[in-house]
Every structure is written in C-alpha cells, then in structure tokens.
Ligand binder design. Structure first.
Ligand code: MG
Length: 284
C-alpha cells in the first residue's frame, strides 16, 4: 500500500450556528480536495487510539447481534492499552452496554456509545447527554409498522436512537431512507439522520463521534497524546475531522471516494495486524 489519491470531502459539519450541547460554533459546509495516503503513518510512541467497532475491529454481520468478536482482537486491545497507558477508547454507534457484552471479559473500557450520546471516561464515569423525554416513541411505532410491511428490513431500537437496517433487503433502501426522512420531518431539528453501511439511523442532533474524541483528549490518559482515529463508515467522518484538526492520524477502513481520512487501510484483518505490530514496538 503506497501512494496517494485525491478525494473530495466536506470540510466540516452540516449546519451553521452553535452545537446545542457544547456551544462550539459550527463552520460553513465547504467542499475541499485532499490527497489521501494509501500507506499508513509511521508508528509514534505518544498515540491515543480511538477505534470504531463494527467494520473496524470486527466484521459486519447480517444482524447486529450476529457479530463475532475474536479472542485475538480482545488480546490486541489489551496489549494496546498496556502500551499506551490506557489511552484506547471505543467509539461506536452501539450503546456502551452492548459494547461491554461484545468485549467481555474486558471490563470498563473507555467508550463512546450511540455516536457520542453516551460516554464512559477512563475513570469509569458515565457522561450522558440530557435529553428530554424521547419523542421517538411514536416514530418507533411507525417504523415497526413499516418493517412489518417490508420483510427483510430490521429495526434496531437503541433507546435514544433507532435504526433501520436493509442489509438483508437492499432493494428496499430507497423506501427505508424515504420513511426515515418523513419521520425526521415530523420530529424537526432536534433530530437528524445518520446513514451508514446498509443502515439509516435516527438520533438526537448535535452530538457526534468527534465530540467524544475531543472530550477524551481533555482527560487523562489521553491528554497530551496524538489522537489516532480508525473507522469504516460515514459516521466516522466527524471523528476524522476532529483528529485532523488536532494534527492526529485519521484512517478509513475500506475503499471509498468520499472521506476526510488521511490514510486508508483495506479491511478488519489489516487493522488488527497493524495494531498488533504497534504493540510489538515496545515503546517504553
Ligand atoms: Mg463501523
């Protein structure tokens, strides 16, 4: 893997104004062209790792519950934590409780769940966004009716977010996307859609994975280190943008024509190999 290729990316987030959670200003949407490296960065001893899960550390399955986290992957995470003094966080669209089940027997890993709506810091403290009673309940009912009428579409209810998966019914992508847009229209600006690989998700707006990375980087043991974010999907782009701004390394898993990531890596196996070799450098 050597060389560079041009990609067209969005320079920042979608909307103007200020984030309602952290009051940071949003910046105007702008298309820019960057050169992405098809080789990977040289290892550095001061890295902090932010790792997406599905499609990055574990292979995507037909059903979110059917994934298979391998003992090797868990061993790599354990070694990585030792090498970095604990500066390893999971940053996922899954809920933290789900991540805990997947990563058993590893306990209490720093993690951001639901695209940053919930976060567990390195001390084990949970940070939740204060959300008003969810107006999602009516929407969930409507989406359940939609799935009954469209076999193959899977509804995933994560509590404060809800997703429609069409991996098992790709011909229904347009119908799923259109239904979600209708629901979003009724819910208004407090919600937004996140599209991923064969999935579209409805979530409270304003928080994304990049915010979680910024918060981790303000805390021990991440503070003072260089962030490295690895992810495979559109929802990881916010993390890439934040890490780029911090002069860190952003790495996209798989082929794509649109990404803010500086580097790309082919697949889950390559990610695990690369992380495994980082540990073998014995920095200390
Ligand atoms: Mg992913």
């Amino acid at each position: 893997m050597t060389g560079h290729r041009a990609l067209h990316i969005l320079s920042s987030q979608r909307r103007l104004g200020r984030c309602r959670f952290c009051s940071r200003p949003r910046v105007p949407l702008q298309w820019v062209t960057v050169m992405v490296s098809t080789s990977l960065p040289d290892y550095a001893p001061d890295w902090a790792f932010f790792l997406d899960v599905d499609g990055t550390l574990i292979e995507i399955a037909d059903h979110p519950d059917a994934v298979n986290p391998t003992p090797r992957m868990k061993a790599i995470i354990t070694h990585l934590r030792l090498t970095t003094d604990g500066a390893v966080a999971l940053v996922s669209g899954r809920a933290i409780a789900e991540l805990d089940n997947l990563f058993m027997p590893l306990i209490g890993l720093p993690a951001a769940g639901l695209h940053g709506l919930e976060r567990r810091d390195a001390e084990g403290r949970i940070h939740l966004e204060a959300l008003t009673e969810s107006p999602l309940n009516e929407a969930k009912h409507e989406l359940r009716e939609f799935t009954k009428l469209n076999p193959g579409i899977l509804l995933e209810d994560k509590g404060t977010t809800v997703a429609l998966h069409y991996r098992n019914a790709p011909s229904l992508e347009s119908a799923a996307q259109a239904t979600m847009r209708e629901v979003l229209y009724r819910l208004g600006d407090d919600f937004e859609l996140k599209s991923g690989k064969m999935v579209v998700e409805l979530k409270p707006s304003g928080r994304h994975k990049g915010h979680a990375v910024e918060e981790f980087m303000d805390e021990s043991p991440f503070r003072g280190r260089t962030p490295v974010f690895i992810g495979d999907d559109i929802t990881d782009e916010d993390g890439f943008l934040v890490v780029n701004r911090m002069h860190g390394c952003s790495i996209r898993v798989g082929e794509t024509n649109y990404s803010a990531a500086q580097y790309c890596i082919p697949d889950v196996e390559a990610v695990l190999n690369w992380l495994e070799h980082y540990h073998s450098h014995h920095w200390r």
